[in-house]
Design a protein around this ligand. Structure first.
Ligand code: GTP
Length: 424
């Protein structure tokens, strides 16, 4: 049976902690989409483990981990991440990680092109992580990408890589600084090294599901960054919602137990794209500071704002959550007034917009309607029991449940694995 964990908003909701807790109950942990642009830090037994491409089920020594067909793989990062986890003492990581042979490869050529494409946008930047993810999904869609399976055929790989480089060279000329010969050579070594990890993930998933193996599926990024349902074009290049789980893994929809949506008690966003509840005042700075909202790879402060239930409700309409994990409740402990967005109004008509708008211009101009809550003004840090929460905090959570129509089954009250209220 499978549990899926998905981000409900703009990413960095704190999925890592829940995934870590749940991965100790499963035998198979899988990623379905995205690449090494994802990431969380899992703190287990006092050690910080960084995950970008690899599933965090690797922390559980009894768990096999799969990078599914919808993901894109940068081979040097794959090896580097394995090495780092090994150095930190995780047992047998190499024996517990598998890559689908249908994954597309992120070549150095894709990485170089990522930067050049971002420059072409001149001022309308998407804010990509420059890791080649977007160009790799592009070449996958235009059918000139390279899969891991193709990589094992030396002749096919070399021909396709040279064709790719030739095409991009035509487009970018001398701006593209890329040595195709060097990459062809480098892959000769990878071909042997990768052999043990690359599998046909379809029978693997079928067998696991037929045997009733407990599976955890770790979503990467979050719904508002979904290529179809997110705030296009300020999105990532894959389907980060429920749909991406099916295109990226051979998952039987009848075998899904839980779809858990992770909601941070306030909003954050990195990179470009509108954040309707963004705060430009002292409250925004306070959220940023107390919540330690700093980009993991960039070190840049994340933009902060109040929780946006319009977003969460929209995200539920697409992902069909069976429960929610509210994270970082404790960060709101000292706010005298806490707001949540409950509607957007169209400034041209003054009327409420029925859902989250597709039109980015409209989105940038909407008037946000808030509901205000009196703050609870006491510490919720490390609380593990629902009834030990202040009444005002419970009311706040109950309002979220009622508004979205999904039970909040998990409440984060601090950074540690134990700082969690579980409501069955
Ligand atoms: P995503 O997978 O993108 O959601 O990444 P993530 O899980 O790593 O999220 P992020 O990069 O924002 O890091 C979350 C940070 O918040 C980690 O340092 C966690 O230890 C911490 N954290 C998680 N849950 C809570 C919580 O309930 N309260 C507090 N104070 N910190 C939390």
């Amino acid at each position: 049976m499978a549990t899926i964990v998905l981000g409900t908003a703009f990413g960095d909701e704190g999925k890592g902690k829940l995934v870590d807790i749940l991965s100790h109950e499963v035998k198979l942990c899988a990623r379905a989409q995205g690449g090494h642009n994802a990431g969380h830090t899992v703190v287990a037994n006092g050690v910080n483990y960084d995950f970008h491409l690899l599933p965090s089920g690797l922390v559980n020594p009894a768990c096999t981990n799969l990078v599914g067909s919808g993901a894109v793989v940068h081979v040097p990062t794959f090896f580097k991440e394995l090495e780092d986890l090994e150095k930190k003492g995780l047992p047998n990581v190499r024996g517990r990680i598998l890559l689908s042979d249908r994954c597309h490869i992120i070549t150095d050529c894709h990485i170089r092109v990522d930067g050049l494409e971002e420059k072409e946008l001149a001022g309308r930047n998407i804010g990509t992580t420059n890791r080649g993810i977007g160009p790799t999904y592009s070449t996958m869609a235009s059918r000139n990408g390279i899969t891991l399976s193709e990589m094992f055929d030396e002749e096919v790989f070399e021909r396709k890589l040279r064709a790719l480089a030739y095409g991009f060279k035509k487009r970018f000329g001398d701006l593209l600084e890329y040595d195709v010969d060097e990459e062809v050579q480098r892959f000769k070594g990878y071909r042997t090294e990768l052999q043990q990890y690359v599998v046909d993930a379809v029978p693997l998933m079928s067998d696991a599901q037929a045997k009733g193996v407990k599976i955890l599926i770790e979503g990467a990024q979050a719904l508002m960054l979904d290529i179809n349902f997110g705030t296009y074009p300020f999105v990532t290049s894959s389907n980060t919602g429920l749909g991406g789980i099916f295109t990226g893994l051979a998952l039987d929809p009848r075998k899904i137990d839980n779809i858990i949506g992770v909601v941070k008690a306030y909003s954050t966003r990195v990179g470009s794209g509108h954040l309707p509840t963004e705060l430009f005042d002292a409250d925004g700075e306070k959220l940023q500071k107390i919540g330690h909202e700093v980009g993991v790879s960039t070190g840049r402060p994340r933009r902060c704002g109040w929780l946006d239930l319009v977003v969460v409700k929209y995200s539920h309409a697409i992902n069909h959550y069976t429960s929610l994990n509210l994270t970082k409740l404790d960060i709101l402990d000292t706010f005298p007034v806490i707001k949540v967005a409950v509607a957007y109004k169209d400034p041209r008509t003054g009327e409420e917009i029925p859902s989250f708008p597709a039109d980015q211009k409209l989105l940038e101009s909407v008037e946000v309607v808030y509901k205000e809550f009196e703050g609870w003004n006491s510490s919720t840090t490390s609380v593990t029991d629902w009834y030990s929460l202040p009444l005002k905090a419970r009311k706040y959570i109950e309002f979220i449940e009622e508004f979205v129509g999904v039970k909040v089954g998990w409440i984060g009250t601090g950074p540690k694995r134990e700082d969690m209220i579980v409501r069955k």
